[in-house]
Ligand binder design. Structure first.
Ligand SMILES: Cc1ncc(COP(=O)(O)O)c(C=O)c1O
Length: 390
């Protein structure tokens, strides 16, 4: 659920990291003559491509636009199917519908909460055109197996990397395993441009197509060669351009993404250390290396904890601690009840949705703030195995 709650909490779910150098970069960009589609955007795309190891990066207004444009390159038709995880943010599946195709919901894994490869395999039909895996909470899904499956069935992969800025598998950044990778710079994401997104690809053809449709479908037309000011439009495009102010912020934020990711990991490690001995709480498995980044800190509340996840959510609210749920499964929404297909049982996403809760986690969360959250969890548990420090 997106955080639209303007009310200040004792412990907010997220605090973005905007420092003085970000403010300086934004102010400088406001003094430039070009305010959109200019040199900052070009530079941001260049440094983001370098950061991910992709040949091309195309900046867009947000990750939703990135997903819509990426699917647009596939030329989907009515009745074409695209497989998406049942547990994801609605934008992943909305982008399929907005491209005129049908989202097919796949189940998630019991641990890690990424899409289940087995479930994807069972969902493939003659109508399937693409798979959209999501790297949930910054943990890479089994994209290597998914890629093999896609190659075997001649399917395209569009990776939803909204949570995964910095996530790698054996040194290779996610988003470069499939044809296209889509990133979000929404304020809660691992770096922010406030609103903003990026598409990465190694295909020049796809990059050119996306750049064209990001900007109304404008192309330099051969028939107007003698008139350099002329352009043509062959198909309808969008205005999904990223402006110069956001691009300047993005360039500056990217300079400290490694540090921000390490701080998030440290906060998650501290939670894991303190919560591991509470009965009925499953904490996330954190990679020792810096391969997986941590976008969310999701824990699972099981029967042995003593109260349900819903009851715990209310207890947190009463204590003025803001938590969040990721995500209401797509099959629960009126829209997807009507428009999505499912060929498999969604038993894990149904069960886990009632057990998962995301705790406050951000780069500069203090130990004191974390202890307040931890103490709330301890005081509401039926029993805990050891005494925890206050
Ligand atoms: C998994 C996932 N995909 C896509 C999006 C859409 O991102 P944006 O807000 O940049 O459009 C989000 C945003 O929360 C997300 O979490």
């Amino acid at each position: 659920m997106k955080n639209n709650n303007a009310k200040l909490r004792k412990i907010p779910f997220f605090v973005p990291n905007i420092d003085n150098s970000d403010k300086k970069a934004v102010l400088e960009s406001l003094n430039q003559p070009i305010l959109t589609n200019g040199p900052n955007l070009q530079k941001f795309e260049k440094v983001f491509a370098k950061f991910t190891g992709a040949k091309y990066a195309i900046g867009v207004t947000n990750a939703t636009a990135a997903l819509i444009l990426s699917l647009n390159t596939l030329g989907l038709k009515k009745n074409d199917e695209v497989i998406v995880p049942d547990e994801t943010f609605v934008a992943t599946a909305n982008a399929v519908l907005l491209n005129g195709a049908i989202p097919v919901l796949a189940d998630i894994e019991d641990v890690g909460y990424n899409v289940s490869v087995e479930s994807i395999e069972k969902s493939i039909t003659k109508k399937t055109k693409a798979i959209m895996p999501v790297h949930i909470a910054g943990k890479a899904c089994d994209i290597i197996k998914i890629r093999k499956l896609a190659r075997d069935h001649d399917l395209k992969i569009i990776e939803d990397c909204a949570h995964a800025i910095g996530t790698k598998i054996n040194g290779k950044h996610v988003g470069t395993f499939g044809e296209l990778g889509c990133f979000s710079f929404y304020p809660t994401k691992n770096m922010t441009t406030i609103e903003g997104g990026m598409i990465i690809t190694n295909s020049k053809k796809l990059a050119t197509k996306i750049t064209t449709y990001r900007n109304h479908g404008f192309i330099a037309s051969k028939k107007f060669n003698s008139k350099p000011w002329s352009y043509d439009v062959e198909l309808p495009g969008y205005n999904f351009r990223l402006d110069e102010i956001r691009s300047a912020l993005g360039i500056n934020q990217l300079k400290r993404i490694k540090k921000l990711n390490i701080l998030r990991k440290k906060a998650c490690q501290y939670y894991n250390l303190k919560l591991k001995s509470i009965d009925g709480i499953d904490t996330p498995i954190l990679s020792k290396f810096n391969d997986d980044v941590n976008h969310l800190y999701m824990i699972r509340i099981k029967k042995e904890y003593g109260i349900t996840r819903d009851e715990l959510f209310r207890k947190f609210m009463k204590s003025n601690i803001q938590t969040s749920l990721h995500y209401t499964p797509l099959h629960e929404f009126t829209l997807f009840k009507k428009s999505a297909k499912k060929y498999v049982s969604l038993k894990n996403s149904k069960k886990l949705y009632n057990e998962l809760i995301s705790l406050p986690m951000y780069p500069y969360i203090s130990k004191k703030e974390q202890n307040t959250v931890i103490n709330c969890l301890i005081s509401n548990s039926v029993k805990n195995k050891v005494n925890h420090e206050k």
